[in-house]
Design a protein around this ligand. Structure first.
Ligand code: NI
Length: 165
């Protein structure tokens, strides 16, 4: 296992579209172990996407269980995630490992359904709400080369320096 380096804005690799994983094999699982170690080394972080460490494949990990009072599925690896249903809009403040000094308000769907494969290659489906749904949408955006700073809510730029609050 190894901790991987997090790419930081404006690194161009964060703007690439990641490719689907064709086969979930031992090499992919080894990479996922490294990604998990990287995420767990970063206190307070609730998700990470493979392109954030420079691997342009559609793999994410989310785990919002450290945030109390948010319904969630615990630690989940999602390979080739696809949102199949969404409803409602809710605005919330987000941050990102790859935009380390800022947070900003983004509108996300409140309820979603997602299909994916897990680290064994098994097809899975989850319904997610609220904070977990937000975290997932944020990570899927990374797979499409998007960052939260692209979709800030409001007429004026709502970025806040982390030290401001
Ligand atoms: Ni992020």
């Amino acid at each position: 296992m190894a901790q991987l380096e997090i790419l930081v804005y404006p690194d161009e690799r964060l703007r690439q579209i990641s490719q689907p994983v064709i086969e979930v094999d031992d090499e992919i699982r080894s990479f996922i172990s490294d990604l998990e170690e990287t995420l767990s080394s970063l206190p307070g972080c609730v998700g990470i996407a493979a392109p954030q460490v420079g691997r342009l494949e559609r793999i994410i990990i989310i785990d919002v269980s450290s945030r109390q009072h948010h319904k969630n599925h615990g630690h989940r690896v999602l390979i080739n995630p696809l949102i199949t249903f969404k409803e409602g809009d809710v605005v919330g403040r987000e941050g990102c490992l790859s935009v380390p000094d800022y947070t900003g308000k983004v509108s996300r769907s409140k309820n979603i359904a997602v299909t994916a494969q897990n680290e064994l290659g098994t097809h899975v489906k989850y319904e997610m709400v609220g904070y977990e749904a937000r975290a997932l949408q944020h990570e899927i955006d990374h797979l499409d080369g998007k960052l939260f700073i692209d979709s800030l809510v409001g007429k004026r730029n709502d970025l806040k320096k982390r030290t401001d609050f």
